[in-house]
Design a protein around this ligand. Structure first.
Ligand code: HEC
Length: 107
């Protein structure tokens, strides 16, 4: 193989492995996020009970970060009670899909 072709082949291989890594489906995520928008959809929204929490923004967050955070809520490593209750109902695939959806969102 000549020099130039080698680089093209390498570029293609990298592109393929990157898209294969994105396991979440943003469209599936969009249909699953109805139980998140009540809290995360509103800029500056604060839950009133039991205390006033500021709800973190998810749009534009890295997918890996969102999945890791959800797994931590599910396992109990992160202790927020309302997020724990939510994360317990999510499968790994749900988390990947939601993360893909939110990371693609700009606001
Ligand atoms: C009852 C309100 C509520 C609902 C519903 C809710 N969240 Fe949350 N979420 C919160 C609050 C409050 C926090 C901040 C908790 C903390 O301080 O750990 C949070 C934190 C998070 C975080 C961590 C963000 C960060 O920056 O560390 C992620 C990821 C997340 N939520 C995803 C979701 C997803 C996905 C859904 C839907 C399946 C969802 N949440 C539904 C209130 C909610």
């Amino acid at each position: 193989m000549q020099g130039k072709q080698w680089w093209l082949a390498l570029g293609t291989a990298l592109t393929l492995s990157m898209s294969a890594h994105a396991a979440g489906d943003p469209q599936a995520g969009a249909s699953k996020n109805s139980m998140c928008v009540g809290c995360h959809g509103i800029p500056g929204y604060h839950t009133a009970f039991p205390e006033v929490y500021s709800v973190p923004k998810l749009g534009g967050q890295h997918a890996e970060y969102i999945v890791a955070a959800l797994k931590e809520y599910k396992s109990g490593a992160r202790k927020h009670p309302s997020m724990r209750g939510i994360a317990e109902q999510l499968s790994d695939q749900d988390m990947e899909d939601l993360a893909a959806y939110y990371s693609a969102k700009k606001e």
